[in-house]
Design a protein around this ligand. Structure first.
Ligand code: NAD
Length: 444
């Protein structure tokens, strides 16, 4: 089947789809294509996850508007089926790959999951199928890894027996479905015809621009947009540090700077987490000679953002010192463990880095998070007997926090707001000896 013939099947929705990797990205993607009428097969190696999906239950916790209902609907209607068995892929015309693509401690991409998929997919790949990598990958990975691995495992030739494209996802946990439907997409094809087939496919679910391009452009665009964000956040964080040391208020400064045309200072905070932002800048940088000095800004920004949890510990230590106390031996209530507000996603959680730094300084953490099952509980009950508290995630529930009641439970009235959720005045009015990130007190 030529890619143009395949495009017709995509247009009339007779193409059979598959999504490999049913995580934060793959599951909503599978649900969306099923919702618009495609026959969709979901594949994951986690039997427990597949069983849950098969039962019509979403394995994704946290506030994910519409996803649980949509999943129940498409499973119930027989448009989506989940399996752990790659054999079931034999009749699939379009296969989307949505597995994790992390970096290791040395910032080198770890494509173990992607390579495992390509190895298992090859032997069952249908003639004329289109394989689309939606996972975020380093520039050059389609050409240098995906094609080679798939040709080797399938014994087929690209553009003759199968087709490939790269259409990176732009979703954020908490807005998965809304993002899928409304954010524009970069449709990278190995050939222009393949790119057009991608545009036809995504046109069924996306109400926004679909830009046809080549694979390497798609790879660069995706990693660049997250690296850009990381650099912007690092700038906001440095501005917060400046404000703290000269007695400014970054929240006010930011508001005023952003009145200047073309300025958009981001939000400073206790760190940058999640699956994507901490690693995508490294994916972009991968392959360039960082040591030779070609790249300075991107690695430096990573360093600034990775240093923020330690900075929160520094603020805590400063405030404890005003009470005549040190961090050693203290129990600190940590508010929030997810990397993002109102989400259960704890990947690369800045709170984990804070806890590690706290423990290295001789303190202990008592962690609360309303969305993370392990840390869920009554906040004020958990505060009892703690020496101080730090807020690291802006979960909406914390807005309702009775600050005065919290203060009564703490052994010392010390509170650090690492997200600027409260104003200093609010915290002080509750009797707390408080710090808000980016707000200078003349002593750090
Ligand atoms: N999470 C996000 O907000 C987000 C946003 C945009 C892009 N991305 C990118 O999308 C990709 C997927 O991210 P995610 O957050 O969905 O990851 P995830 O860890 O939530 O999901 C990945 C899924 O793939 C499955 N998997 C791993 N190896 C497999 C294999 N060999 N066969 C079948 N299934 C396998 C895992 O079991 C898991 O369920 C990554 O490249 C990520 O960078 C993520």
């Amino acid at each position: 089947m030529s890619v143009t013939e395949l495009q017709k099947k995509i247009e009339d929705k007779s193409a059979r789809l598959a999504v490999i990797g049913l995580g934060y990205v793959g599951l909503p993607v599978a649900c969306e294509f099923a919702r618009v009428g495609f026959d969709v097969l979901g594949v994951d190696i986690l039997a427990e996850r597949v069983a849950k999906i098969t039962a019509g239950e979403s394995p994704i916790e946290g506030d994910e508007p519409g996803l649980a209902d949509l999943l129940a609907e498409v499973i119930g209607g027989g448009k989506l089926r989940a399996t752990t068995d790659y054999e079931d892929l034999r009749d699939r015309d379009v296969i989307l790959i949505d597995v994790e693509t992390p970096v290791d401690e040395d910032h080198v991409p770890r494509y173990g999951a992607l390579k495992a998929v390509l190895k298992s997919l090859g032997p069952v790949l249908k003639d004329g199928a289109l394989v689309i990598v939606e996972s975020t990958i380093s520039p050059g990975t389609m050409d240098g890894l995906v094609l080679d691995d798939l040709e080797a495992s399938s014994g087929k030739r690209v553009n003759v027996d199968f087709y490939v494209g790269n259409c990176p996802e732009r979703v954020m946990p908490g807005k998965l479905l809304a993002n899928l439907r409304t954010l524009s997409r970069v449709c990278g094809g190995y050939t222009p015809e393949t790119a057009e087939a991608l545009v036809a496919l995504y046109g069924h679910i996306v109400q926004a621009d679909l830009d046809a391009t080549d694979c390497v452009t798609a790879e660069i665009v995706k990693t660049a947009e997250n690296a850009y964000r990381d650099v912007q956040i690092a700038f906001a964080n440095e501005l917060a540090l400046v404000c703290e040391s000269v007695g400014g208020d970054v929240w006010k400064v930011r508001e005023l700077v952003n009145k200047s045309p073309g300025r958009n200072v981001h939000l400073p905070g206790a760190g940058v987490g999640g699956h994507c932002i901490p690693k995508d800048p490294w994916l972009l940088a991968h392959g360039t000679e960082i040591k030779a000095g070609i790249l300075n800004l991107i690695p430096t920004a990573r360093g600034v953002n990775d240093g923020m949890p330690k900075h929160i510990l520094h603020l805590l230590a400063t405030e404890l010192s005003h009470q005549g106390e040190g961090v050693r031996g203290k129990i600190v209530l940590v508010l929030g463990y997810a990397y993002l507000e109102d989400s259960d996603d704890t990947r690369n959680s800045p709170s984990a880095s804070f806890v590690a730094a706290l423990e290295a300084a001789g303190g202990t953490a008592r962690i609360h998070d309303p969305y993370v099952a392990e840390y869920n509980g009554d906040l004020l009950a958990m505060a009892e007997g703690c020496d101080a508290a730090v807020l690291l995630v802006k979960h909406s529930q914390y807005r309702e926090l009775d600050l005065a009641a919290l203060r009564r439970e703490l052994n010392f009235p010390v509170f650090v707001d690492g997200r600027g959720m409260f104003s200093l005045a609010q915290l002080q009015a509750a009797g707390l000896a408080a710090r808000v990130i980016g707000v200078g007190m003349g002593d750090v």
